[in-house]
Design a protein around this ligand. Structure first.
Ligand code: GLU
Length: 530
């Protein structure tokens, strides 16, 4: 078993957008498989037509692709799930709805072997049973204790069963749990688990009404047929594990039964409860990889649209519930593949920290070259109709990248580099627009008119910022010192004129990036407004 090539699957149901917890499940599956050159399979579990949401399957595929998690089987180059078997996709189709005719025989196999039975109870009859139990403050279960008094093939005569199966279509096939037996299970994360079968419901495996299997049957049959070696999934599936063990036994597939690992939940930032789909919009951070618009037109934010790099998102997710030990926190996908180990996946819930998520993005942003960042910034500027010379943009990115979490922050850090202020901060006007400062600024204006052209970036012969900025700073501060003016008020008045308030980058930086001509224009405009 251990020596077999690892084959894992991510098996989402297309019932809505993929939550970040789901992406983490896919990621851990991927890392676990790739570590040993195994296969990562994407299977769509869409047998519950009541919960089917149009667009969800495409969303899942697009999300995985954005994250760089490419399935080996299940998706073709265009992102559609493969329907026809091929060498690369030998187990096609990968959408359970397209595998529909396959499951019936497996339900039959279990019936023939005495591991399952037909149940004919109507929804109304079962509801009545539930109500009856509720009145006695009990919970109704279809199980070893009750099935002997319900309408099924264990209680009805054989010819009546045959008649009902042949002529009606609202019956189901239920699993027949053994009575009072201990199921012994092993989980790669949680260790050994035991469960008495008498606590289990006889779950529905197949429904005549839509000729479809339920999750349990389809999931086990497909894991078997697709030769899955390890099932790594969320802990919400742990209660289903005894049934899944029993199903492997009932089919006689124990030899090839996969190993199981159930991942702990992602918790809300305050640690109180599961991180839910609604938390993102409520608490102001994304919980989905990509933006999602539901049928009512309501929009949920996505990591991608919020400006996260997929590498940062994946890195952050990997560490939510897996701890490699040591100080290092930044890992590429390749490094994660090498280092991941199931032994280091934590048993307890992992608390999501939105600030830490931003921190990860910031680290990735800082690690990028100024050229790369300038490319991103340029695209954002162009989208708002601004064009700015690339060479200076590269230098500017070097200057401001330490202050940004996301590339989209660049504009907010220094909008005044691209557009003159249209308003001035009132308080700063009151403080700095004094007759004395105006007189000084007139002189500063005249001095700056003589600023050597090569110290401002709009000149064709400009020096790089690293040389030009200190030189023009010296040119300006030397002049202020010479005249024995106070440095603070003069610089802040200049800032008010350049920025619109007494804040922002260094004055010499601003002059460099807006250019000498624009700097003079803004001082002039400031003096007129003051
Ligand atoms: N279709 C199930 C889901 O939506 C898959 C559970 C499993 O991996 O077994 O999560």
């Amino acid at each position: 078993m251990e020596n077999k090539k690892r084959r894992v699957r991510f098996a989402p149901s297309p019932t809505g957008p993929l939550h970040m917890g789901g992406v983490r499940t896919a990621l851990y599956n991927y890392l676990f498989a790739k570590q040993e050159g195994g296969d990562f399979i994407l299977r769509i579990e869409d047998t519950d037509s009541n919960r089917f949401v149009p667009g969800a399957e495409k969303y899942i595929i697009d999300s995985l692709k954005w994250c760089g998690i490419y399935p080996d089987e299940g998706v073709d180059a265009e992102g559609a799930l493969v329907s026809v078997p091929s060498q690369r996709h030998p187990h096609a189709p990968y959408r359970q709805s397209e595998r529909k005719p396959l499951y019936r025989q497996y339900a039959q196999q279990l019936i023939d072997a005495g591991w399952a039975y037909y149940a004919f109870d109507t929804a109304e009859e079962l509801d009545a049973k539930r109500k009856e139990a509720e009145e006695k403050k009990e919970t109704f279960s279809y199980n070893y204790a009750t099935r002997g008094s319900l309408r099924n093939s264990l209680t009805l005569p054989a010819d009546e069963v045959k008649r009902l199966v042949d002529t009606t279509d609202n019956w189901t096939v239920r699993f027949k749990n053994p009575e009072n037996e201990v199921v012994k299970m092993d989980d790669m994360i949680r260790g050994h688990i035991e469960m008495n079968t008498s606590t289990l419901d006889d779950k529905v495996l197949w429904k005549a009404a839509d000729q479809l299997p339920t999750y349990h049957l389809a999931n086990i049959v497909d894991d078997h047929l697709m030769e899955i070696t390890h099932v790594i999934r969320g802990e919400e599936w742990l209660p289903s594990l005894p049934l899944h063990y029993l199903l492997y036994r009932a089919f006689g597939w124990q030899e090839s039964q996969p190993q199981f690992a159930h991942l702990s939940l992602l918790l809300k930032p305050d640690g109180k409860g599961k991180l839910s789909k609604r938390d993102g919009d409520r608490l102001g951070f994304p919980v989905f990889p990509l933006k999602w618009v539901n049928a009512e037109g309501e929009v949920s934010r996505g990591y991608r649209e919020d400006g996260y790099y997929p590498e940062a998102f994946i890195n952050m997710l990997a560490l939510l519930g897996w701890n490699p030990g040591g100080e290092q926190e930044i890992f590429s996908l390749d490094e994660l593949v090498k280092l991941f180990s199931m032994e280091k996946v934590v048993k307890s819930g992992a608390r999501f920290n939105p600030e830490k998520a931003k921190w990860f993005n910031e680290q990735y942003l800082r690690a990028k070259s100024n050229e790369e960042l300038a490319g991103e910034f340029d695209a954002l500027l162009k989208a708002s109709g601004i064009s700015y010379p690339m060479a200076q943009l590269v230098e500017l990115c070097g200057l401001i990248k330490e202050r940004a979490h996301f590339a989209k922050d660049f504009m907010d850090i220094c909008p005044y580099i691209f557009k003159a202020p249209t308003e001035y901060n009132e308080k700063d006007v009151a403080k700095f627009c004094t007759p004395e400062n105006k007189e000084i600024l007139l002189k500063v204006f005249a001095h700056l008119e003589k600023l050597p052209e090569n110290l401002a970036a709009d000149s064709p012969s400009h020096l790089p910022a690293a040389e030009a900025v200190p030189a023009s700073e010296e040119y300006l501060t030397g002049y202020i010192k010479e005249n024995e003016w106070k440095m603070g008020p003069v610089m802040n008045t200049l800032r008010l004129f350049f920025v619109g308030e007494a804040k922002g980058l260094g004055i010499a930086d601003i002059i460099y990036y807006i250019g000498k001509a624009e700097a003079l224009r803004r001082i002039k405009a400031g003096l007129e407004r003051c």
